[in-house]
Ligand binder design. Structure first.
Ligand code: CU
Length: 219
C-alpha cells in the first residue's frame, strides 16, 4: 500500500513535471483594465506568460491582505510596459514554484488600474481569500504601488510581436536595459522617456567628475 502510494506520487510528480505548461495571460486586452484570464489554475513548473497590450501596464505580485501593494516577501514585478499598438515586444514570464495562491495586479495609477479591478489570482482558495474579495478591497485603496526594480521573472522576446512590429525589434535591447534599472520608478506616465535620459545624466556626472579631477590636478 505504502509502496503503491509512493509510486503513485512519483508518477504524479513525473507527469506534472512533464506536462508543465506556459499559461498566457493577456494584460489589458481591448483597452480593458483587466487581465485575461484573471483566475488561473497552475501547477508547480508552469510558466505564467504575461502578454502586454496597449497603454502602459505592469504586473506585480501582491498579498491578499494588502491589495494593490507588492508582496511583503518574494513575488515579482515586470516593470511598466508601454505599448503603442499590437502587443509588447517582450513578455514577462514567471515560473510557478508552489501551489499557494498568487495575487497579482497592475500598478499603473493613471486611471487607477488596480483600484478599478485590474488584478488576478493563481490557484484561488475556494472561499475567504478570493479574487472577488481582493477586488472589492482594492476599491478603497488610495493608490497602487510597485517595487523599485524588476524582479522575479524573465523578460522574453514576444513571438506574437515580431510579425506586426517592424519598429519595435531594434529598440528591444534598450527596453531590456531600462527595465532592470531606471524604468520602474517612472511608470506613472505613458512614455518611457527616461531610459536614455538616465544614461546621459550618468554620462554628465562622469564628465563633471572628470573635470573636477582635472581641476584638482591643475590647481
Ligand atoms: Cu494596467
Amino acid at each position: 500500500m505504502r509502496a503503491t502510494a509512493l509510486a503513485s506520487a512519483a508518477i504524479i510528480a513525473l507527469a506534472s513535471h512533464a506536462s508543465a505548461e506556459t499559461i498566457k495571460i493577456d494584460v489589458g486586452p481591448n483597452g480593458q483594465f483587466a487581465f485575461q484570464p484573471n483566475n488561473i489554475k497552475a501547477k508547480v513548473g508552469d510558466v505564467l506568460s504575461f502578454n502586454f497590450h496597449p497603454l502602459n501596464h505592469s504586473v506585480v505580485m501582491g498579498d491578499f491582505a494588502n491589495p494593490c501593494a507588492p508582496a511583503k516577501t518574494g513575488g515579482f514585478f515586470s516593470g511598466f510596459m508601454p505599448v503603442a499598438s499590437g502587443v509588447g515586444s517582450q513578455t514577462f514570464e514567471v515560473t510557478v514554484n508552489n501551489t499557494d495562491p498568487i495575487f497579482f495586479y497592475c500598478s499603473q495609477n493613471k486611471f487607477s488600474h488596480c483600484i478599478s479591478g485590474m488584478s488576478g489570482v493563481v490557484n484561488e482558495p475556494s472561499s475567504g481569500d478570493t479574487l472577488d474579495a481582493y477586488q472589492a478591497a482594492a476599491k478603497s485603496v488610495k493608490s497602487a504601488s510597485n517595487p523599485a526594480t524588476v524582479f522575479g521573472g524573465r523578460l522574453v522576446a514576444n513571438a506574437e510581436a515580431t510579425s506586426s512590429a517592424t519598429t519595435t525589434a531594434a529598440p528591444a535591447a534598450t527596453t531590456t536595459s531600462c527595465t532592470t534599472g531606471n524604468k520602474a520608478p517612472n511608470g506613472n506616465g505613458y512614455k518611457r522617456d527616461t531610459c536614455s535620459g538616465a544614461g546621459s545624466v550618468q554620462a554628465s556626472i562622469g564628465i563633471v567628475a572628470a573635470s573636477l579631477g582635472m581641476a584638482l590636478l591643475l590647481s
